[in-house]
Design a protein around this ligand. Structure first.
Ligand code: NAP
Ligand code: MG
Length: 488
């Protein structure tokens, strides 16, 4: 018999890691992007940034102080006459270029976002990044049609916009804020959240690659103190904030009487109402998407399930069966459904609420298709049943994969319970009966209402809340209005 030749490797193969790997090189020391240039921060201000799915440090981030924020605002102010003086058509071309370059670099953006934030690559790849590019495409189309958006009246931009975003949708929130501001001719100083600076650094590269005039967009990294420096800067004309209701309230107090305009996209505790006549398997999918997408780190998460009493047992059985198919684990694995909780701080918050839910008398159920990894920050999809409308876990925003389950008997009771919240961001209604859908949706106090669906977003569709969920809209034609004023 012929001997088989021995297979010998001459040495270690030097293959670069596949892009979807925790070993990819990410920006290690995030500074700031001011006046068209990436800058180092002040050395003493750097703090650590984590990969929440491994718990390992990814690098460091600088915290911009008042002096650096002032430099960013001055750069934005200096760029304002040139940028607002361009024709809408020319501004639109820049937005188109940004959108296209984001598409070209979508894999980079998706991987970096997943590593920094912990959310599944399936979501960053298929939702966050395409939608972010979509917002630039959408507002590019509006840039030379602003008078149509204002009912035929001549409009002008407000000036320098100060914009502050949270960590749950880092690149998407940057796009939601920058695209309409730029289309209308404003210049921007924007702050990413302290735990998710990386995709903003890639965006700075993209802005550079498309030749956006310097100073039109300035990115300052840092924690809440950096945000406060933007809010309090005297030469800012408009604040656009997305984040928690308590911080939004603080910002409104500090700009009171300053003449600064504001848009507030705040928290929520949204109801997902399932009637007995709904297509139950579709409703189960909608409930899962509503609360477990992005680990429940979603302002409009359907975190209160209101299910008609007659189908409660059947519906919960189906829901649990579905939850037991959800894969929790490495967010870079394209099969993963549930990624990591974004930070140790948020992990502690979610755990505290789950404990409280049990102390308040709730029944805890947790499940998934597999165990969570040992390293990193993980919470299994969680249901809290036997809870009451007055319980803390039913009233307060948890911002994690925790669903409180309540029941109702009549459409009136469903509406009353859904509206029994200080928030008013979103709601979902599930029924086969269109007349019921309309009559219930019409009576819900929420900025966004989905029927037979949940967490569906489109750049052309306005998004925003009422009551303690804030005011102003992002997306759609309504998203232009907070960034321009009618010339009198
Ligand atoms: P957060 O603590 O309010 O932070 C939001 C942003 O504000 C971050 O960039 C934060 O900085 C910054 N910030 C903190 N203190 C500040 C201050 N005193 N002045 C100015 N800026 C300050 O909220 P979060 O925990 O990051 O995000 C989750 C919240 O956002 C949830 O309540 C969620 O519902 C809400 N959210 C709402 C929407 C919406 O469209 N309605 C969308 C997404 C999220 P650092 O984090 O860097 O310290
Ligand atoms: Mg991070």
């Amino acid at each position: 018999m012929q001997e088989r030749p021995e297979l010998k490797l001459s040495g270690a193969l030097d293959l670069a890691p596949a892009l979807e790997s925790h070993k990819v090189k990410v920006p290690e020391h995030c500074g700031h992007y001011i006046d068209g240039a990436l800058r180092l921060g002040k050395p003493e201000t750097y703090f650590s940034n984590l990969n929440p799915s491994t718990g390992m440090p990814l690098g460091t981030v600088a915290a911009a102080d008042e002096e650096e924020v002032d430099q960013a605002v001055k750069a934005a102010r200096a760029a304002f006459p040139g940028w607002s003086g361009l024709s809408g058509l020319e501004r639109g071309k820049y937005l188109f270029r940004i959108a296209r370059r984001m598409q070209e670099r979508e894999r980079d953006l998706a991987v970096v976002e997943t590593i920094d934030n912990g959310k599944p690559i399936r979501e960053t790849r298929d939702i966050d990044v395409p939608l972010a590019a979509g917002h630039f495409f959408y507002y590019a189309g509006w840039a030379d049609k602003l008078e149509y958006a204002s009912g035929g009246k001549p409009v002008r931009p407000l000036g320098v916009a100060g914009q502050i975003v949270p960590w749950n949708f880092p690149i998407l929130m940057l796009a939601w804020k920058l695209a309409p501001a730029l289309a209308t001719g404003n210049t921007c100083v924007i702050k990413p959240a302290e735990t998710t600076p990386l995709s903003a650094m890639l965006l700075a590269e993209i802005l550079d690659e498309v030749g956006l005039p310097k100073g039109v967009v300035n990115i300052v990294n840092g924690p809440g103190t950096t945000g406060a420096a933007i809010v309090n800067h005297p030469d800012i004309d408009k604040i656009s904030f997305t984040g928690s209701t308590p911080v939004g309230r603080m910002i409104m107090k500090s700009i009171a009487g300053s003449g600064k305009k504001a848009t507030m996209e705040l928290g929520g505790k949204s109801a997902n109402i399932v009637f007995a006549d709904a297509a139950l398997d579709q409703a189960v999918e909608g409930v899962v998407t509503g609360i477990f997408m992005n680990q429940g780190h979603v302002c409009c998460a359907g975190s209160r399930l209101l299910v008609e009493e007659s189908i409660k047992d059947e519906f919960l059985a189906r829901l649990k069966r579905r939850i037991l198919t959800l894969k929790i684990g490495d967010p870079l694995d394209k099969n993963t459904d549930i990624g990591a909780i974004n930070s140790p701080k948020q992990f502690a918050t979610v755990q505290r609420y789950i404990k409280l839910g049990v102390e308040e008398g709730g029944t805890l159920w947790q499940g998934a298709a597999c165990d969570a990894p040992d390293e990193g920050f993980w919470v299994l999809p969680t249901l809290l049943t036997d809870v009451h409308p007055s319980d803390t876990v039913v009233r307060e925003e948890i911002f994690g994969p925790v669903l409180s389950v309540l029941t109702f008997r009549t459409p009136d009771e469903a509406v009353q319970k859904a509206n029994n919240s200080e928030y008013g961001l979103a709601a979902g209604v599930w029924s086969e009966k269109t007349s019921k859908l309309f009559s219930v949706a019409h009576r819900l106090n929420a900025g966004v209402i989905w029927v037979n669906g949940y967490n569906m977003f489109d750049p052309a569709s306005p998004f925003g809340g009422m009551r303690h969920s804030g005011f102003g809209r992002e997306g759609g034609v309504a998203g232009l209005w907070p960034y321009m004023e009618v010339v009198r």
